[in-house]
Ligand binder design. Structure first.
Ligand code: E4P
Length: 217
């Protein structure tokens, strides 16, 4: 499973990149607002930093507006992925960009039928929002499992991008459910490396090593 960083904070992306843990980045209007940065400027910076797809979301709600904005965003860098909402206009725009060879991420997916439409529209990625379904007491990971089965039934190439992933458990469940990608906040990605027994084992080894009085170098 690929890891995308779900953030518009360049310092976080830079750090994850340095660990070699990053396959791409997703942004959304809320993350851009949180970053306090100019949208196109920050997308250009992230695209230059990351050797992988970077999702940039349109703000328009109508087909013509989405096409105009998406074409503008696509010019920022070759690795920009146009993020479009899962609406009829968004699906039409998805078809438009797919026909032009521009990658798309159809976002705000909350049902298997919506995902099926995104695949039929030729989306590169579809983003089921796991955490937001959990928020309303619906198991978000069940949706990922349903989409996996439907895409496998028909050989759809659209990648399942588990989004609204908020915990280490979400990451594990997304991997078990067969998501192609999980987009994850930087702190959660880093947290995956932690285990109390790793810390305990390391402390014991450090103590025992010191007692040997030896040096490796
Ligand atoms: C990413 O593509 C989504 O916009 C993001 O994961 C949403 O996460 P949230 O539900 O925690 O805001």
């Amino acid at each position: 499973m690929k890891f995308f960083a779900d953030t518009a904070v360049v310092a976080e992306i830079d750090e994850l990149n340095s660990y070699g843990l990053l396959d791409g980045v997703t942004t959304n209007p809320s993350l851009i607002a949180k970053s306090g940065r100019d949208f196109k400027e920050v997308v250009a910076e992230i695209c230059a930093l990351v050797d992988g797809p970077v999702s940039a979301e349109v703000a328009a709600l109508d087909f013509d507006g989405m096409v105009a904005e998406g074409e503008h965003l696509a010019k920022i860098a070759p690795n920009v992925v146009i993020k479009l909402p899962l609406t009829l206009d968004g699906l039409k725009a998805c078809r438009h960009f797919t026909a032009k060879g521009i990658k798309t991420n159809v976002t705000l997916c909350f049902s298997a039928n919506q995902a099926l439409l995104a695949a039929k529209a030729g989306a590169t990625y579809v983003s089921p929002f796991v955490g937001r379904l959990d928020d309303i007491h619906i198991d978000g990971m069940d949706l990922v499992r349903e989409i996996r089965q439907i895409f496998d039934n028909y050989g759809f190439e659209t990648q399942i991008l588990a989004a609204s992933v908020r915990s280490a458990n979400h990451v594990k469940e997304a991997a078990l459910a067969g998501a192609d990608v999980a987009t994850v906040p930087a702190a959660v990605i880093k947290g995956l490396a932690s285990h109390v027994l790793t810390d305990k084992g390391l402390a014991q080894f450090a103590k025992d090593w010191a007692a040997t009085g030896q040096s490796i170098l």
